[in-house]
Design a protein around this ligand. Structure first.
Ligand code: PBG
Ligand code: ZN
Length: 327
């Protein structure tokens, strides 16, 4: 006979792997993950990003086998960032039918028609000053930038991309892109809006990968203050009104509360960007042998899903999918 008669014994449902599996509430799958790729001009180019071990800038021919592996592993898709040969004040390469991302989309789409392909839609990798829009009087000119974002989105859609993802935090970017896409006959191309994007120090390593460190100032005049929660809800609501198909929160780890709150308040699918600094921290600790990398990665990604993300953009995507397949 037990010495006490407890009513609640939650441990009963944790005793064995089989019962734990039955009561598991969140299941991470390869199709939840989207792999970011950095595309550079040239052939046979594979340039490792020093602050992001395992990530490299790739020419289109080098990106192809990686994209094929993403498809074979069952990932949800890939998101493309382009680093053009020539940058200028307007970010012209972003709008050019022969631009680096447009060429990548055409090549990858032709080889892998079933791989869901997203184009990050912003000017900062293409402008010589590396701000997310055109500059007037030392500031990013919101409305002049909208015009260019619309043109960029149309050219990505013309090249065959499946979805565009505006990331510049310009007011009205979703409406402007929707209008431009529809006007060009691309009514079927959805918009994944980086609706809630904070001005974050966690983007540090990405700036090595995408070569988009601003030449002057910073992005705090358009990206959000990390301290703000209500403003995130407003940003999301504005993007829903403008016709966004999908909302994103970025970064992930320090903003899990925002992710959960958006999940509870909005009905659209939700994405989270597990950003470069979050990736770098795990890789650095793992390289020192201080953490168990596969377990920490899968735990982190499960946390995003539990917090409400339907899709997770992560540099761990290929590794994580492999680890999921060998339990
Ligand atoms: C630029 C952009 C950034 C990221 C995605 N798109 C960086 C920035 O705003 O400076 C960050 C991604 C990452 O850190 O992994 N529009
Ligand atoms: Zn940008």
């Amino acid at each position: 006979m037990p010495t006490t008669s407890l009513v609640h014994r939650p441990r009963r449902l944790r005793r064995t792997p089989s019962i734990r599996r039955l009561v598991r509430e969140t299941r991470l799958a390869p199709e939840d993950l989207v792999l970011p790729l950095f595309i550079v001009p040239g052939e046979g180019v594979r340039r490792p990003v020093s602050s992001m071990p395992g990530v490299a800038q790739l020419s289109i021919d080098e990106a192809l086998p990686v994209a094929r592996e993403a498809l074979d592993l069952g990932l949800g898709g890939i998101i493309l960032f382009g680093i053009p040969k020539i940058k200028d004040s307007m970010g012209s390469d972003a709008l050019d039918a022969q631009g680096i991302v447009q060429r990548a989309i055409r090549a990858l789409k032709q080889a892998l028609p079933d791989l869901w392909m997203i184009a990050d839609t912003c000017l900062c990798e293409y402008t010589d000053h590396a701000h997310c829009g055109v500059i007037r009087d030392q500031e990013v000119d919101n409305d002049a930038t909208l015009e260019l974002l619309g043109q960029a989105a149309v050219s990505y859609a013309d090249a065959g991309v499946d979805m565009v993802a505006p990331s510049g935090m310009m007011d009205g970017m979703v409406a402007a892109i929707r209008h431009a896409l529809d006007g060009a006959g691309h009514t079927r191309v959805p918009i994944l809006s980086y609706a809630v994007k904070y001005a974050s120090a966690y983007y540090g390593p990405f700036r090595d990968a995408a070569e988009n460190t601003p030449a002057f100032g910073d992005r705090r005049a358009y990206q959000m203050d990390p301290a703000n929660r209500r403003e995130a809800l407003r940003e999301a609501a504005y993007d829903v009104e403008q016709g966004a198909d999908w909302l994103m929160v970025k970064p992930g780890l320090a903003y899990m509360d925002i992710l959960r709150e958006l999940r509870d308040r909005f009905e659209l699918p939700l994405a989270v960007y597990n950003v470069s600094g979050e990736y770098a921290m795990i890789k650095a600790a793992a390289a020192h042998g201080w953490i168990d990398e596969p377990r920490v990665v899968l735990e982190t990604l499960t946390g995003f899903k539990r917090a409400g993300a339907d899709m997770i953009l992560t540099y761990h995507a290929l590794d994580a999918a492999r680890w999921m397949k060998q339990p």
